[in-house]
Design a protein around this ligand. Structure first.
Ligand code: BDR
Ligand code: CA
Length: 332
């Protein structure tokens, strides 16, 4: 019985690809549609990759193309207009994690109209109040555009479970996690929306490493989605060079939305984004870092909590969940 209506927003991307598989195969989920955004690669590639994965899981999910560029930032990973981080070389470190074209057949499914922000508004307004879980696992550009264009959608959203932010583990800059860094202004719009937000941070996703042995177990399930997931794990093992295992960040958000117990250390805290355009641009500044504001009484007060910030996750729980949804799909 499908209980949870979800919308997935992706920048596919090898780990987004596994998140799509999870969204389509987890029986708890009623997937209303997928929106795409530029991020791990250019929008045309993140969208094409998304269609490939949807087809690999049997198709039948509508995919809506979203924003190519961030709202205001001029730093984009693939270097449009020559603007990018100095050390960020396409097809070097990043390209080995996220190929422009995932190793799946050309898509049969086609991208659907309207574009993402419009589709998000139309789709959400047609739902009962507080009924949809939004799961953004890329830069939050589409979500921010939709919120700004029609804030009546806020009432339709039950909660947001996003992959993004960091406290202790940094990539790609010394201050920021990728999804937030790739569109800091959009992330701040979401964080100040008043929505119930769980942040599945890079700290938490770095806990759930998958090993070569686990990849082989998944491959042995033998279905197209399972073999593909094993391919993605192997590719990330190779790209990271980490013998302890490969982090698959985005699927943890899918696991956490259905099984919150996978998150083992969750802080209720304030969280805002550094928008200063300096070295810390895109940093997730937590209340735990002593962020305070002066109140009308002239005293310093803590900022109100606006997120549940997940800092640790259960590695074994995550693997068994992933394995189970892939193997039960094989038996249906
Ligand atoms: C996030 O950045 C992207 O590269 C991944 O797809 C994930 O969403 C991890 O920081
Ligand atoms: Ca992603």
């Amino acid at each position: 019985m499908k209980q949870e209506r979800i919308i997935l927003d992706v920048d596919t991307g090898s780990d987004d690809a596994v998140a799509i598989v999870c969204a389509m195969l987890e029986e708890e989920y009623d997937l209303l549609g997928i929106t795409t955004v530029g991020g791990n690669c250019e929008l045309k590639n993140t969208t094409d990759n998304t269609l490939r994965v949807v087809d690999a899981c049997g198709g039948g999910v509508s995919v809506h193309m979203g924003s190519e560029l961030p709202l205001a930032s001029t730093l984009v990973p693939w270097g449009i207009q020559g603007m990018t981080l100095p050390h960020y070389e396409k097809n070097n470190v990043f390209g080995s994690f996220h190929p422009d074209r995932l190793p799946l057949p050309d898509p049969i499914s086609k991208v659907q109209e309207p574009r993402a922000a419009v589709w998000l508004i139309e789709t959400l307004l047609a739902q009962p109040d507080y009924s949809v879980t939004l799961i953004p696992v890329g830069p939050e550009t589409n979500i921010a555009l939709a919120i700004r264009a029609d804030d009546r959608i806020l009432k339709k959203i039950k909660r947001v479970v996003l992959m993004g932010g960091t406290h202790d583990v940094y990539y790609p800059t010394q201050a920021a996690e990728f999804n937030i860094w790739a569109d800091p202004e959009a992330a701040e719009i979401l964080l100040t929306s008043g929505l119930d937000i769980t942040m599945v941070s890079l700290d938490a996703t770095s806990d759930v490493l998958l090993t070569e042995e686990q990849s082989q177990m998944i491959r042995a399930i033998g279905t197209v989605p399972a073999v593909f997931v094993a391919d993605m794990i192997d590719q990330r093992l190779k790209a990271s060079g980490n013998n302890a295992g490969a982090a698959l960040h985005d699927p943890l958000a899918l696991c956490a939305a259905a099984h919150p117990e996978v998150l083992t250390d969750v802080w209720d805290t304030s969280c805002h984004i550094d928008l200063g355009r300096g070295y810390a641009y895109g940093e997730t500044v937590l209340g735990r870092n002593y962020m305070q504001v002066k109140g009308e009484d002239g005293m310093l007060h803590d900022l109100p909590n606006n997120v549940h910030y997940a800092r640790k996750a259960d590695r074994e729980f995550f693997f068994h969940w992933l394995y189970d949804i892939l193997s039960s799909a094989a038996n249906h």
